[in-house]
Design a protein around this ligand. Structure first.
Ligand SMILES: [Zn+2]
Length: 341
């Protein structure tokens, strides 16, 4: 039998891998802007392929691509009628690929853009209904746990948690720390504590911040919260001035979301993040928007693993210009390399 998420966290680190929406947008299978995962229904093989790549790269969890697959978002692209079909299919695909290895499957819900503290009663009702629909479908199709992510209101996160717990599933709830405090005014660490007190199994942060601006939050969180914590940053160079990737500027305009390439972290920087996070005691370590299989493999290796894709990990000793493997006939190339130094 497959070990549960809680068993795996007890034994050591769990490696997550996300960024499905960004990656499949780059590959041409969904639209930037609405960012609704239409690919699930329109090009399921493309989604299957990405799951598989992340599995081979060492991801312990196949996150079902149901991010933004709630009723209100699907209405924006005129596909409200597809909510059930899309959610079910996404979870089936995640399950299929997970079975090819030893990965777990996570259901996925996210911030709704509906929750509003000024109209808390009405908006909470709408949010709860949308979460209910998605978590019920996830539960029916079969998931090992549910991730509620990129949530910026503590109030909204608590609704997500309550709905997940209603279905008796382990809950990982992570905030998207765009600002210094939650949008309903809580200190982030305080927000995480509230989630823990209400039964969240894993709390922490995902998306929004790159390693440099997420690590300080993680250190504080580790100090102040017992139990499992999670960190899935974006692979971008966020700064003390622009802690969130939505505010990074390139050529005098916002780089977010389609011109973020100049800020990309390298694979070794993400590997350093993984080992750094492990060192400070983060339990669930992953990557969010901007993530791709080569990052995940580097992170897996930094955690001391050798996933199947490591068979093709870089080996510069056999590179035509950089290498000195005896099988290479490149000795004469060295005179050019000298000029570079
Ligand atoms: Zn993200």
């Amino acid at each position: 039998m497959r070990r549960s998420i809680l068993e795996r966290l007890e034994e050591g680190n769990v490696l997550g891998a996300e960024g499905y929406v960004f990656e499949l947008e780059r590959r041409g299978y969904l639209k930037a802007g609405p960012y609704v995962p239409e690919v699930v229904l329109d090009n399921p093989d493309a989604l299957r392929e990405l799951h598989k790549e992340l599995l081979l790269a060492g991801a312990d969890v196949m996150v079902a691509m149901t991010y933004y697959a709630y009723r209100d978002k699907l209405r924006v692209i005129g596909r409200e009628g597809d909510v059930e079909k899309l959610n079910r299919k996404a979870i089936r695909i995640a399950n299929e690929v997970a079975r090819e290895g030893d990965a777990l499957v996570a259901g996925d819900i996210s911030n709704t853009w509906v929750y509003n503290p000024d109209d808390i009663e009405k908006t909470s009702r709408i949010v709860r209904k949308m979460y209910e629909e998605q978590v019920r479908l996830a539960h029916e199709e079969g998931v090992d746990f549910v991730i509620a992510e990129t949530i910026e209101y503590v109030g909204e996160a608590l609704i997500a948690l309550e709905v997940i717990k209603k279905y008796n599933l382990p809950a990982m709830v992570t905030f998207g720390a765009t600002y210094d405090r939650s949008k309903d005014g809580y200190d982030w660490i305080e927000g995480c504590k509230m989630l823990k007190e209400n039964g969240a199994d894993v709390v922490g942060f995902n998306c929004i911040r790159g390693p440099d601006t997420m690590l300080p939050l993680l250190k504080k969180l580790r100090k102040e919260v017992d139990g499992y914590i999670a960190a899935q940053p974006v692979p971008y160079h966020t700064t003390s001035r622009h802690k969130a990737f939505q505010f990074l500027r390139y050529k005098n305009r916002l780089a977010f979301p389609t011109e973020l390439e100049p800020f990309l972290a390298t694979r070794s920087e993400m590997a350093d993040f993984a080992s750094g996070a492990k060192k400070i005691g983060v339990n669930y370590i992953g990557i969010c928007c901007g993530g791709a299989p080569h990052y995940v493999r580097a992170m897996a290796e930094a955690l001391g693993r050798r996933p199947p894709a490591s068979r093709y990990s870089p080996d510069m000793s056999r590179h035509g210009m950089l290498g000195n493997d005896p099988k290479l006939k490149n000795r004469h190339e060295k005179r050019f390399l000298k000029q570079w130094k």
